[in-house]
Design a protein around this ligand. Structure first.
Ligand SMILES: Nc1ncnc2c1ncn2[C@@H]1O[C@H](COP(=O)(O)OP(=O)(O)OP(=O)(O)O)[C@@H](O)[C@H]1O
Length: 205
């Protein structure tokens, strides 16, 4: 169970807006987040990952405290064991597909399984510049899964994929997240694409 109750001031052009989220996420659940541009969806994922600190609040994962403003606890991103798929992929230009995964895990069998899952096994020696947008996006997803995270945060993870690839990959991710009991939170501009997978929904306003 992940329990989040945070307040974060968002810097906006017109005054200030406060993001207040009070929500619990069951282990293994899949939550989709949508809402207008600028409403704080990406900021929320970054707060969970420990990349941005909220002004106030508590983040607890099972019995572990990741963040507590009053007790001045803030676990580093590395210690949170999170998989993060960034909107802009954030790939390493000098690493091949396989090296991206080897950087995250030494488990070669798991790497081979991921490459199959993302249909990138024939492109393992390629660097990001030689991949299509959809292939780069799949690599970003595989890299996020490489450490077998207990929490997977994805920001628009399917935006560059065609409909067929999206359906196939989502089916694989569904099985995998069940198998590994990964709690998943996905930001999507097109929340219908997650019908049949997501079991929870948060609408930001
Ligand atoms: N570190 C930060 N601290 C405070 N506010 C921030 C920070 N980073 C971004 N913001 C502000 O938070 C607001 C929301 O941005 P955010 O990227 O979270 O929105 P979003 O809902 O993900 O938008 P989009 O759908 O366009 O990606 C913006 O006004 C932005 O200026």
């Amino acid at each position: 169970m992940i329990s989040i109750n945070i307040e974060k001031k968002l810097k906006a052009y017109h005054g200030q807006q406060v993001l207040h989220i009070d929500k619990q996420f069951a282990t293994g659940s899949v939550t989709k987040i949508h809402g207008p541009s600028g409403s704080g969806k990406t900021t929320f994922l970054k707060v969970i990952a420990g990349l941005i600190s909220p002004e106030k609040g508590i983040i607890k994962v099972d019995n572990e405290t990741w963040f507590n403003s009053e007790a001045k606890v803030s676990l580093s991103t590395q210690k949170r064991n999170i998989g993060f798929v960034f909107q802009q992929y954030a790939l390493f230009p000098n690493m091949t597909v396989r090296q991206h995964l080897e950087y995250a895990t030494g488990d070669e069998k798991w790497i081979n399984k991921l490459l199959l899952l993302g249909k990138l096994e024939s492109l393992q020696t390629h660097k990001p510049d030689y991949l299509s947008g959809g292939q780069q996006q799949r690599l970003a997803i595989l890299r996020a899964l490489a450490t077998k995270p207990r929490l997977l945060l994805m920001d628009e993870p399917f935006s560059a994929l065609d409909a067929k690839m999206k359906t196939e990959l989502m089916a694989e991710l569904k099985t995998l997240s069940k198998e590994l009991k990964i709690t998943t939170i996905i930001v999507s501009h097109n929340p219908q694409e997650l019908d049949g997978w997501a079991d929870e929904e948060i609408v930001f306003s």
